[in-house]
Design a protein around this ligand. Structure first.
Ligand SMILES: Nc1ncnc2c1ncn2[C@@H]1O[C@H](COP(=O)(O)OP(=O)(O)OP(=O)(O)O)[C@@H](O)[C@H]1O
Length: 245
């Protein structure tokens, strides 16, 4: 089945063109990083794909057209998204958060009881995001990185196939970044991953392909090496980072 396809996507806010005719193809199984200076339109692009921003053009995931659908319908088609700030239920445990996301805890009372049997997909997601050991801890007591991983786990149990992650390693320690990079690798074994990221070191280590945006348009695309070697990219964005590296 084909992956994510975006054609001539345009998002206009009160006359300001935030995304200006973007085409994007992310094949299944890719780990695509989207980079670009502040205001390039990266988050707006993801907002449009996930139904949060009104857009024109065409967006398909597999056989499904996404534009014009409601946010929850797009999520049900297997498109999962995280935000820069994790949105987990802080008072509930890791397991309860995953249960809710999986739709297993249908009655509030079941949340208050300790589970005897953990549904297999919840168990699997906990292992994938490496949170099994802290399953009974309230999410509010988790480290910053663990909260981000819990959010990814919640998308896993919702059967997301395409993960759109907005700056997943912002504010993370070095070790947490490494662990997140490894998690992206595990996720990509049977999912497609798109990452908006500013951290160039993280990108060099974990991106498979890169799309560079600038002023609402796609500036360049290719492997990390190709994009880094592109003079236009160096001029608007990477020049700075390349010199620093
Ligand atoms: N709801 C909105 N209303 C008006 N303008 C908006 C809105 N959302 C975003 N913009 C503008 O659209 C442009 C693109 O913003 P966007 O957040 O997509 O950029 P970005 O590439 O994700 O930047 P950053 O790296 O800073 O997150 C910016 O100029 C921003 O001010």
């Amino acid at each position: 089945m084909s992956g994510l396809s975006v054609r001539d996507l345009r998002v206009v806010f009160d006359g300001f063109v935030a995304v200006d005719g973007v085409d994007l193809d992310v094949p299944r199984g890719d780990v695509r990083f989207i980079i670009g200076p502040n205001g390039a339109g990266k988050t707006t692009l993801v907002d449009a794909i996930t139904g949060l921003a009104r857009a024109t053009g065409k967006v398909t995931w597999g056989d499904h057209d996404l534009l014009g659908r409601k946010v929850h319908r797009i999520a049900r088609l297997g498109v999962g998204r995280t935000f820069q700030t994790a949105t987990v239920f802080e008072e509930l445990t890791v397991l309860q958060n995953l249960d809710i996301a999986a739709g297993w805890a249908r009655r509030p009372l079941t949340l208050l009881r300790r589970r005897k049997a953990v549904p297999p997909e919840v168990e699997k997601a906990m292992e994938t995001v490496r949170l099994s050991a802290v399953r009974d801890r309230p999410a509010g007591t988790l480290a910053h990185g663990q909260k981000q991983w819990l959010e990814i786990g919640m998308l896993l149990v919702q059967n997301a196939e395409l993960f759109l992650l907005d700056e997943p390693v912002a504010g993370m320690s070095h070790d947490e970044r490494d662990a997140t990079g490894e998690l992206l690798g595990r996720l990509s074994e049977d999912h497609t991953v798109v990452v908006i990221e500013h951290d160039m070191d993280f990108l060099r280590r974990f991106a498979r392909t890169v799309t560079v945006m600038h002023a609402g348009r796609k500036l360049a695309e290719g492997s990390v090496a190709e994009v880094q070697a592109n003079p236009r990219v160096q001029e608007v964005y990477l020049g700075h980072a390349v010199q620093e590296a």
